[in-house]
Design a protein around this ligand. Structure first.
Ligand code: C5P
Length: 401
């Protein structure tokens, strides 16, 4: 179930009697957790109405290439980029011919040219048409172009013939598409991630902070989303774009971050995972002054009194309905030993240890190497991009939580 949570499927429907099965196909895709948008050719609308497919997908159906109103809503290039996969079911012999030859004379064929995602085609036609040399040449061309076929099946056909050419059943098409994603391991889970540094105000223009870039937390948010989770990213001040389909809450100070985290967890029920990647400032100035501190007032230098900030992850781990809590331990020596101590001290379920004395990895780098530690085991992830380390961490969390 929900193998396609957070996945966007663009479904192209072309003209053929099997178009009536598209209604069922949409329901199966939605049951797998997918967000579906439908594109219909003119011929498809002779077999099933856009209204039916709109009601089932819950999204507007796209019909025209040169429709100014539709283009203003979501242009055809934007639509092509929207999908994580483009599925054409049913694909008629005529559409397959146009696809094989790179036509772009209607919305669906144009989307096939503009799509950067994988394209899947579920053919549906009479057995003689399927076997015809012209169609077989077109199918070979689709294969050569990297377009993948789902079906067709053999069996009785609407015209009374028996043979190869029936569209695969909606269940089977949805299942085959779901299998291509290799994800969904965290479908149904909600993940809350803190990321980046915090800023602790000294006066209205100055602050104390650190070099955290937020890259690891943002990479984890993407990996968790790709694994099907609903993701909330609580980010300190960082210069990073919000990953698509991730809810971002911006905060500044450690106190703001604690407040946002508590408010977010209060709204969620069971099955929550919390990952603290934020480099929360350990201290903040005791007296926040309203006006800029003048140099002339401090001829003998300036002494700041610092007080300790709340430990956000320790707060989370003390909650009654405690989420599966994952911390980070950036150390410069005795990395594993200190990390294990932190698991106990902060009551964590897992900790990700990394050696920040290694200049190749850590704070501003795009690379990282970590040891994942949980009470009954550990796993090393060798030096790799933060993106791939994030996928490894999310995979381990999905096994252990
Ligand atoms: O104690 P230390 O700062 O090394 O612990 C690191 C872990 O604790 C990280 O997961 C970090 O996000 C979290 N942390 C926190 N609030 C703090 C300090 C650290 O959530 N005030």
């Amino acid at each position: 179930m929900h193998r396609m949570a957070n996945k966007r499927i663009l479904l192209g429907v072309t003209g053929g009697i099997a178009a009536y099965k598209s209604a069922e196909l949409i329901r199966r895709l939605v049951e797998h957790g997918a967000d579906v948008r439908v594109v219909m050719t003119t011929a498809a609308q002779e077999f099933i109405t856009p209204l039916t497919l709109q009601a089932l997908s819950g999204n507007p159906v796209h019909l025209e290439l040169l429709d100014t109103e539709a283009e203003a809503g979501m242009g055809h290039i934007e639509l092509a980029r929207w999908g994580d996969a483009l599925l054409i079911a049913p694909a008629s012999a005529d559409f397959i011919a146009r696809l094989a030859n790179g036509h772009g004379n209607d919305l669906l064929s144009t989307l096939c040219l503009a799509a950067r995602s994988a394209i899947y085609v579920a053919p549906a036609m009479n057995q003689a048409m399927w076997a015809s040399p012209a169609n077989q040449n077109n199918i070979k061309q689709l294969n050569d172009n990297g377009i993948q076929l789902i079906g067709p099946e053999s069996g009785s056909q609407a015209c009374g013939d028996i043979g190869l050419g029936r569209m695969s059943e909606p269940d089977q098409i949805a299942q085959q598409l779901a299998d291509t994603f290799h994800t969904g391991t965290l479908a149904g889970s909600h993940i809350v991630i803190t990321a980046g540094p915090t800023r602790e105000a000294i006066d209205p223009v100055r602050y104390i902070s650190n070099h955290s870039s937020g890259k690891m937390g943002f990479a984890l948010a993407e990996a968790a989303r790709d694994a099907g989770a609903q993701v909330t990213l609580i980010a300190g001040p960082v210069n990073l774009a919000t990953p698509e389909r991730v809810k971002r809450i911006n905060v500044v100070s450690a106190n703001d971050m604690l407040e946002a985290t508590t408010a977010c967890l209060d709204k969620l029920e069971g099955g929550v995972i919390f990952i603290g990647t934020a480099a929360v400032a350990d201290y903040r100035p005791n007296n926040q002054v309203e006006q800029k501190i003048k140099k002339t007032e401090n001829d003998n230098g300036l002494t700041l009194e610092l007080i300790e900030n709340p430990d956000i992850i320790a707060n989370v781990a003390q909650r009654q309905n405690k989420p599966f809590t994952v911390g980070f331990a950036a150390e410069t020596q005795n990395v594993i030993e200190y990390a294990k101590g932190k698991i106990d001290r902060k009551n964590l379920d897992m900790i990700i240890a990394n050696d920040v004395s290694n200049k190749e990895i850590g704070f501003n780098s795009d690379l990282n190497a970590v040891t994942i530690i949980w009470p009954s085991g550990s796993k090393n992830l060798d030096i790799a991009s933060k993106h791939s380390i994030a996928q490894g961490i999310i995979h381990e969390i999905s096994l252990q939580h």
